[in-house]
Design a protein around this ligand. Structure first.
Ligand SMILES: C=C(O[C@@H]1C=C(C(=O)O)C=C[C@H]1O)C(=O)O
Ligand SMILES: [Mg+2]
Length: 461
């Protein structure tokens, strides 16, 4: 395979606690499957990998190993802290010398105040890393960067070691390129707290009718068990093959893999331009083109769904109003059609004010009323009290930033957590005054489908 050396750089870093050196080397490789590169890290870097692909499939990112972790359990301060530490680490990086730049990838959990135990117990409130091996694929070009961040002065030997390993990983990825993966064999399927969930929907509609909130998003989980422990390239390969119209993501933390295929952008910033999307209001896809169109039209005219949607538009527009020099919001929603479901969709776009940043927008936007509710604090309290699970990263901001202020975060829905031979799938929906328990329940079944399919579980048609 063709390889071209691009740059080797050393940057000094001064953090509050220490002086570090940040070594970066990037090569361009002629052609590489992102998933095969991820799979090549199976023995050395299991538990320290990530995978990301944007909706348009113009940007793919894979990370193997943690060159540096930035994590915290700082509640409301967590966004500012991540931003501050990332700025410290990358302050001396000169863009022109390090293209593509080092990327920080990770997520913020949905609600730091949720203390329910379960699969998320060991996961911090914010978890980000710079990968030891970073693969970026964009404009049909693949770049692999080695990152070494160390307080040792003479690291040439260590760096030489990393170069050797990089070449082995590339070789292993080429060997694995055409590998196909089977579906896991499911042995058990549970729908925990189904009756409680139905009851909660009535409780919440009553709270809303009594004016205690206007909208609250209530979610639930499914549990599946498998004959064997599932590898994360195995599930990711199915997601990649089956969900072309979504953000695709996988994030490993110790023995947990969180993965999914979300249609929903929280925020993207590119050269000072910010983009968000209001996605709320749902209906299934039709079996024929005609039925699909009729369903879509009924969604566009349905008062309950338009109500759910409008709360999101108001809140996101408001945030752009305060953080942009100019911004635009279409008057009416369009349809966003993905494999299993169609949604009401309003894109929002604006030119960021000079002092606004992507992480500030993440902090202000999360959770939008598409995942939390209105008013925000009241809705969060209702969720904490009424949901029978800890959302962890489900419905939370997940994505990346670079050293220049560019980046993108999706809302991590249509997602699941995988641990050993068990999977926990998550789905919810926006509850408003006229929501009905059974139709909300059915809406969650449709929303579970992408992950059920990837995991080889039965589909509730
Ligand atoms: C909460 C989820 O989805 C959100 C809720 C929607 C709704 O209630 O109509 C639609 C899209 C998402 O913003 C989920 O998929 O779990
Ligand atoms: Mg809904």
């Amino acid at each position: 395979m063709h390889q071209k050396w691009l740059h080797t750089t050393e940057v000094e870093v001064e953090t509050i606690n220490s002086k570090l050196s940040f070594y970066i080397e990037t090569i361009e490789v002629s052609r590489l499957s992102a998933l095969a590169f991820y799979a090549a890290g199976e023995s050395q870097y299991k538990g320290q990998r990530f995978f990301w692909q944007n909706r348009e499939k113009t940007f793919t990112l894979v990370g193997l190993g943690h060159a540096y972790k930035i994590e915290n359990n700082s509640g409301d301060e967590r966004f500012d802290q991540i931003e501050k530490q990332w700025k410290e680490l990358t302050k001396n990086i000169v863009k022109e010398e390090t293209e593509p730049q080092p990327i920080l990838f990770g997520g913020f959990t949905f609600d730091p105040k949720n203390d329910k135990n379960g699969e998320w117990d060991r996961f911090p409130q914010s978890f980000f890393s710079v990968a030891t091996y970073q693969l970026v694929i964009r404009n049909d070009k693949a770049y692999i960067s080695i990152h070494l961040i160390t307080d040792q002065h003479n690291s040439l030997k260590e760096f030489e070691q990393l170069r050797k390993e990089r070449d082995q990983l590339i070789h292993a990825a080429q060997v694995k390129e055409l590998k196909t993966y089977s579906k896991p064999l499911m042995t058990n399927y549970r729908e925990p707290f189904k009756d409680e969930y139905l009851q909660t929907i009535s409780t919440v509609t009553n709270l809303i009718k009594a004016n205690e909130a206007k909208k609250v998003v209530i979610a639930r989980s499914l549990e599946m068990e498998f004959q064997d422990t599932i590898s994360s390239p195995q599930v990711l390969s199915h997601v990649v093959n089956e969900q072309p119209e979504s953000y695709l993501f996988g994030l490993e933390h110790e023995d947990l893999l969180f993965f999914g295929a979300s249609p929903e952008r929280l925020v993207k910033v590119e050269n000072g331009q910010a983009y968000s999307s209001c996605v709320a209001g749902s209906i299934k896809r039709g079996k024929t083109a005609e039925e699909d169109q009729l369903l879509g039209e009924s969604l566009l005219n349905d008062a309950k769904n338009l109500g759910e949607h409008q709360y999101v538009v108001e809140m996101i527009a408001n945030t752009f109003e305060k953080n942009c020099i100019q911004y635009k919001v279409p008057k009416r929603p369009k349809l966003l059609k993905i494999r299993d479901i169609q949604h009401l969709y309003t894109p929002v776009e604006g030119k960021l004010s000079p002092d606004a940043t992507i992480l500030q927008l993440v902090k202000l936007l999360h959770p939008t009323p598409a995942l939390g509710g209105v008013p925000r604090q009241e809705a969060m309290a209702v969720i904490r009290q009424n949901e029978y699970m800890n959302r962890g990263l489900y419905a939370a901001p997940l994505g990346w930033i670079d050293a220049e202020g560019n980046g993108e975060f999706a809302v991590a829905i249509r997602s699941a957590a995988l641990k050993d031979n068990k999977a926990y799938l998550y789905a919810g929906g926006g509850i408003v005054a006229d929501s009905e328990p059974i139709s909300e329940y059915e809406e969650t079944l449709v929303k579970f489908r992408p992950m059920l399919r990837a995991l080889g579980g039965q589909l509730h048609e």
